[in-house]
Design a protein around this ligand. Structure first.
Ligand code: 2DT
Ligand code: MG
Length: 212
């Protein structure tokens, strides 16, 4: 029916929680079940801003901490016209990281408040569902070593986990915590069910604004 929009579904969580694998699988299965769906990820490293971020994460360049925070946010804003267009055309978007990663990571640095970190992303399209793939640092470590990118240390990841917990206290967002220590199939079926439910709920509602 005309006018029915797709849902904005975000996956968040620590490294090794399985976000990218689950995002990909969710898109495939939604499509099989007849829901138009596409994946998206942040940072989106292929744009000009994304290349600056990629080089920073790979430690090929250094950027001042506020500056890189704003670049991550700008990297989302530059996709907003596309996000709105897709949702309005009925496509459900499954997004691997969003503003919550932005806030959780930067606010884990010294002298950054949660409040300051949220501001650049205020007004972004609001996710209809935020799936937090929760895994203990110990269980994550069993899945293999961290990589060599910036932020990939267990000390930093533990701070990030605490910041996510603070963000999840915000009841104006539809957070769902998934135990990511379950098998891949169990995690998948949990998020598929929640996603199918939210697609039904969101389809007749306007797109919301984040943190407004
Ligand atoms: P991936 O490993 O998922 O590519 O993430 N990050 C991400 C931020 O610091 N701010 C942000 O706004 C976003 C979206 C999390 C690369 C790293 O970038 C961090 C891990
Ligand atoms: Mg990574």
């Amino acid at each position: 029916m005309a006018g029915r929009r797709g849902a904005l579904i975000v996956l968040e969580g620590a490294d090794r929680a399985g976000k990218s694998t689950q995002a990909k699988r969710l898109v495939e299965v939604l499509k099989e079940r007849g829901y138009p769906a596409e994946g998206m990820r942040f940072p989106e490293r292929t744009t000009e801003i994304g290349r600056l971020i990629g080089s920073y994460l790979e430690k090929k360049s250094n950027l001042e901490d506020h500056t890189v925070h704003l670049l991550f946010s700008a990297n989302r804003w530059e996709q907003v016209p596309l996000i709105k267009e897709k949702l309005r055309s009925g496509v459900t978007l499954v997004v691997d990281r969003y503003a919550f990663s932005g806030v959780a990571f930067t606010s884990s640095k010294k002298n950054f408040s949660l409040h300051w970190c949220k501001q650049p992303d205020v007004g972004l399209p609001k996710p209809d569902l935020v799936l937090f793939l929760d895994i203990s640092p110990e269980a994550a470590a069993k899945r293999g070593d961290f990589g060599n990118e910036r932020y990939e240390t267990s000390a930093f990841q533990q701070k990030v986990h605490k910041r996510y917990a603070e963000l999840m206290e915000d009841r104006s967002l539809n957070w769902k915590v998934i135990d990511a220590a379950q098998t891949m199939e169990e995690v998948h079926s949990a998020i598929r069910q929640l996603s199918e439910d939210i697609i039904q709920e969101a389809k007749d509602q306007p797109i919301g604004k984040l943190w407004l």
